[in-house]
Design a protein around this ligand. Sequence first.
Ligand SMILES: *[C@@H]1O[C@H](CO)[C@@H](O)[C@H](O)[C@H]1NC(C)=O
Ligand SMILES: *[C@@H]1O[C@H](CO)[C@@H](O)[C@H](O)[C@H]1NC(C)=O
Ligand SMILES: *[C@@H]1O[C@H](CO)[C@@H](O)[C@H](O)[C@H]1NC(C)=O
Ligand SMILES: *[C@@H]1O[C@H](CO)[C@@H](O)[C@H](O)[C@H]1NC(C)=O
Ligand SMILES: [Ca+2]
Length: 224
Amino acid sequence: LRSALLLVQILKFLNCFVSDLSGKMFTFPLQTKTDHVKLITSKRNLSAATVCHRSFTDLKRDHNLFSKSTQASPNEFLVFYDYTNKEIEIHLKNQKAEYRSLDYKPNTWHSVCTTWDAGSGLVQLWFNGQPLTRRFVNQSNMTGEPIIILGQEQDSHGGGFDINQSFIGMMTDVHMWDYVLSTCEIQHYVSELSFTPGNVLNWAALDFQINGRVLIENKQMYCQ
Ligand SMILES: *[C@@H]1O[C@H](CO)[C@@H](O)[C@H](O)[C@H]1NC(C)=O
Ligand SMILES: *[C@@H]1O[C@H](CO)[C@@H](O)[C@H](O)[C@H]1NC(C)=O
Ligand SMILES: *[C@@H]1O[C@H](CO)[C@@H](O)[C@H](O)[C@H]1NC(C)=O
Ligand SMILES: *[C@@H]1O[C@H](CO)[C@@H](O)[C@H](O)[C@H]1NC(C)=O
Ligand SMILES: [Ca+2]
């Protein structure tokens, strides 16, 4: 028992634990060019993907929402808010799909789901449960060793952070699947009903490392 406890201590120290973050959120309270959370997955070679997350911020500048890089492509899969153009951009390698006319209110939770399929080349953003126009990007499978980061945007594989693109606020319910979710599944995710958790990243069994001042807190609910 003593050695088991020691092992737990060591694993906690190394921050390499698979945790159930249900009901929790990451709080990014500081503007830095360093603080971030790295999400770890063993999945490689995706021919399709869906990424969903909820975020809350009052930033009046560009910021990263989800940054997945490989050695070959720092923007292999990037969900980015461009403040100048008031748009959410989905970058896939060297191409992007731009989504404007969004009611991206500050100090409000927004759920964002992005689907992509290499076969059809179609990308689609779902903003607070509303499906937006499907766009075409001509990219092949995602291959290679990924680094997935919340809180900072990668200009190089695992680095190249820009303080003016950092995320300040709260994030929760980050999931990634290696297929395109059905309309029903996305609606269940958005409504916080039961859905099949991500098989690439699963918020309820998340393998992650915190770097810097990022806190794990309970989601703030209304007092019942
Ligand atoms: C992923 O793809 C790369 C290159 O296409 C290949 O070398 C590697 O074996 C593949 N890995 C898996 C787990 O399929
Ligand atoms: C992309 O991945 C799918 C599924 O893993 C595989 O069937 C297909 O051959 C891959 N395509 C290329 C061009 O590697
Ligand atoms: C997609 O890219 C491939 C390889 O670069 C090219 O052969 C093909 O014509 C492109 N398809 C479209 C619709 O742009
Ligand atoms: C970040 O933005 C501030 C305010 O616009 C600017 O003064 C500063 O030079 C920028 N820093 C970097 C590293 O781009
Ligand atoms: Ca950047």
